[in-house]
Design a protein. Sequence first.
Length: 181
Amino acid sequence: MADEEEVRMLAEITRLYYEEEWTQQRIAKKFNMSRSLVSKLLSKARKIGIVEIIIHDEEFHPYRKLEEELKKRFQIKEAVCVSVENSEIPVKTVGAAAAKYLARKLSSVKYVAMTAGNTTRQIAENFSSGVPFDHVTFVPMSGGLGEERWEIQANVVCERMAKKQWGKQPPAACADCSGFS
């Protein structure tokens, strides 16, 4: 544990940093120490309880706790929850959130398996990215269901997704595995 004089100095450094918004470099100059030492002292102040950081994100991210519970319960890496309470078309709201998530993840995958359904179609409809993902191939997980409800079939959704990705007809390699004409 820190002695009284060290606690006093830690409190002063943390007050300057968090309340007065001084830079670590400015604090280092005032106390005649290195900036890296200031950083270590700020960490120590947190560790011994002089500083407590509380993030109030309930208004901006109200489902963070639910997402954490889902991740723990189902042993998954990520979960995204969105509100559909004031949404005229809930499936579109969910699809838009899923499309944003997918756009963030495409840099680390080679294949995206698409299934049939209204939500999956909304993912394809709402997908956009300013970054090209030429290494990604979209593959339908199941074949067509005939002419009925063709707009939500996996191969149609996959084609729509691939066209959004490339802004044109997808390359032949993707067309071969996806049943494109």
